[in-house]
Design a protein around this ligand. Structure first.
Ligand code: NAD
Length: 240
C-alpha cells in the first residue's frame, strides 16, 4: 500500500525527528528507556536560562552532544532518503534534528527547524565557527568580540528561525504525501506540520517505534519497527 502511495504522489515531504538518527548511535530525547530527557531535565541543560545561569552544565551538555555527533555517521536510512530526493521521489525533508546527517548523506532540500549542531556562533556578533571549536579550551570565546560562542541550535525558550518556518509551512501545504519518521510529535510548533499537511488533503504516514499523539490522524501508522529497517524494506520492494 505505502509503495503505491509513494509512486502516485506528486509532492512527498518527509518529516524527521531524533528517532531518525538513533540507529546511527545518537540518543533521542523521549524514548521511554534510552531518551536523553529520561535522565536530564531539558530546562537545566538546553534552555536560554541554562545558557545564562548554568553555563558549565550547558557547555558540557553540548560538548557531549558534539563529540557524539563527530563519532557517528548517517545510516542507510539517511542514504535512501537522499537517493529518493535525487530520483525525484521525495521533494523535501523537514527535520527537527540538528545533527546534519541528512545533508551528510547527500540530501539537499533540508529544512532545519531547530538549527544545527554542525556550527557554533557568537551570541554577540554572530560570527560562526565549526562545531569542533566548542571542544577546545577557550573555544566558547569569540575571537572577534570576546562574546560567548554557543551552538547554532534553537534552545528551549527561543523561537524557530523564520525562514525555516515559512519553508516548512509551504512544503506542508504542497504535500500530497507526508511521512513522519522518528518523532514523538510532542514539540510545538514542529508537530503542527503533519496536521497542516493532513488538513490540506495529504496522506499522512507515521513511522515511529512508540505511539504518538498524532497517530489518530494518520492514514498509516507503523510502530515497533526501526526506521532504517522499514526504509530498506520499502527500497527493496521498489527496486524489484
Ligand atoms: P523525541 O526524542 O521526542 O522522539 C523520538 C521518537 O523516535 C520516539 O518516540 C521513539 O519511539 C522514536 N524512535 C527512536 N528510535 C527509533 C527508530 N530506530 N525507529 C523508529 N522510531 C524510533 O524526538 P523529536 O520528536 O525529534 O523531539 C524533538 C527534539 O529532539 C528536537 O528538538 C531535536 O532537535 C532534538 N534532538 C535531536 C537529535 C538529533 O539531531 N539527532 C537528537 C536528540 C534530540
Amino acid at each position: 500500500m505505502f509503495l503505491n502511495w509513494l509512486k502516485e504522489a506528486k509532492h512527498v515531504v518527509v518529516f524527521t525527528g531524533a528517532g531518525m538518527s538513533t540507529e546511527s548511535g545518537l540518543p533521542d530525547f523521549r524514548s521511554s528507556l534510552t531518551g536523553l530527557w529520561t535522565k536530564k531535565d531539558p530546562r537545566h541543560y538546553a534552555s536560554t536560562e541554562a545558557m545564562k545561569y548554568h553555563r558549565e552544565d550547558f557547555v558540557s551538555f553540548y560538548q557531549m552532544r558534539i563529540e557524539n555527533l563527530l563519532k557517528h555517521q548517517p545510516h542507510t536510512g539517511h542514504e535512501i532518503l537522499a537517493r529518493w530526493e535525487k530520483e525525484g521521489i521525495i521533494q523535501s525533508i523537514i527535520t527537527q534534528n540538528v545533527d546534519g546527517f541528512h545533508q551528510r548523506a547527500g540530501s539537499k532540500n533540508v529544512i532545519e527547524l531547530h538549527g544545527t549542531l554542525r556550527t557554533i556562533r557568537c551570541e554577540i556578533c554572530g560570527k560562526e565557527y565549526p562545531n569542533v571549536r566548542f571542544l577546545q579550551p577557550e573555544g566558547t570565546q569569540c575571537t572577534e568580540c570576546n562574546g560567548f560562542v554557543r551552538p547554532s541550535v534553537v534552545l528551549f525558550g527561543e523561537s524557530l528561525p523564520l525562514e525555516a518556518i515559512r519553508k516548512a509551512e509551504k512544503e506542508a501545504y504542497k504535500a500530497d504525501l507526508f511521512i513522519v519518521l522518528g518523532s514523538s510529535l510532542q514539540v510545538y510548533p514542529a508537530n503542527q506540520y503533519p496536521l497542516l499537511a493532513k488538513q490540506k488533503g495529504a496522506r499522512l504516514v507515521i513511522v515511529n517505534m512508540e505511539e504518538t499523539e498524532m497517530d489518530e490522524y494518520a492514514d498509516l501508522v507503523i510502530h515497533g519497527e526501526k526506521i532504517g529497517d522499514w526504509l530498506r524494506a520499502i527500497e527493496g520492494e521498489r527496486l524489484v
